[in-house]
Design a protein around this ligand. Structure first.
Ligand code: MG
Length: 277
């Protein structure tokens, strides 16, 4: 028997006065959203975008196709809702959010993604980013105009090219992953990846500490590096239940949530939305 152990946390960081990141850790659905927009609009965008994802939690699907379609539909619904609110209410004008959402269906993890939050997989000692960043710098890397090293310190590295809520239509990336025992997945916002390199994240995950300890370590690493942005991490570990402490039986989930002061400043990203969409 295998089980998925999941936990998540978010932290305001060391610079921002509020936290516009949000996450959801359910029984079968796990997601990270990094909101943007002034006057707490980013917080509204992130939490609103998570609602249709949250609604999928615990739902049973006939097959993989149906499950992935439901996840994609939820992201499209999230986009429609956030963009309508942004259109209808001047307070929310220009708000948006990233959304990286995953759905467990049997031994498969379905992933739908928009923006520059990330999903990583650590499998058999190999650490890989499994989502693409929808950012200006990624676009420049893909075009061969800058290197990955140059991107890390590029002055425009925070500019994103795709987000939930900035347009009535959204292009959603999606994929499905057959989980293997000992897989570790990390969903995180750019508050982590902007200041902590992949090698350090991989090393931290590979320690296989208690899951809550692991995510607290990741947050500490970001804060020790200056904590310039809100930091969010959701950790998923697919484990052999016999090898794990505590529970047995199919797919049980450890849940931990924490709420921090919400709200932040992504407004500078707003003017450039859609420039490369
Ligand atoms: Mg961020």
């Amino acid at each position: 028997m295998t089980r998925l152990v999941a936990t998540g946390t978010t932290d305001v960081g060391r610079v921002r006065s509020s936290n516009e990141d949000a996450y959801f850790v359910g029984d079968s659905v796990f997601a990270v959203a990094d909101g943007m927009g002034g006057h707490a609009a980013g917080e509204v965008a992130a939490s609103t975008a998570l609602e249709p994802i949250r609604a999928l939690d615990g739902r049973v699907f006939g097959d993989a196709t149906e499950a992935l379609a439901a996840l994609r539909d939820a992201v499209i619904t999230a986009n429609a809702t956030v963009s309508r609110m942004a259109e209808d209410d001047p307070t929310y004008h220009g708000m948006g959010t990233t959304l990286t959402a995953t759905l467990l269906e049997g031994a498969r993890l379905h992933i739908a993604h928009v923006g520059d939050s990330r999903a990583y997989l650590l499998r058999d000692g190999k650490f890989s980013q499994i989502t693409d960043d929808h950012t200006l710098v990624q676009h420049l890397i893909d075009e061969g105009q800058i290197t990955r090293e140059e991107a890390a310190n590029h002055p425009q590295r925070s500019i994103i090219t795709r987000a939930i809520g900035v347009s009535p239509e959204v292009d959603v990336d999606s994929m499905s992953l057959e989980l293997q025992p000992d897989d570790i997945l990390l969903l995180c916002s750019d508050g982590l990846t902007g200041v902590v390199d992949d090698r350090t994240i991989a090393t931290t995950l590979a320690q296989r500490d208690d899951p809550d300890t692991t995510i607290e370590t990741l947050v500490s690493l970001a804060n020790d590096a200056g904590g310039p942005d809100n930091v969010t991490a959701v950790l998923l570990r697919y484990e052999d239940a016999a090898a794990a402490r505590g529970t047995n039986g199919p797919t049980t989930v450890a849940i931990r949530t924490r709420h921090d002061d919400p709200g932040a400043d992504w407004a500078r990203k707003m003017g450039t939305f859609g420039a490369f969409g």
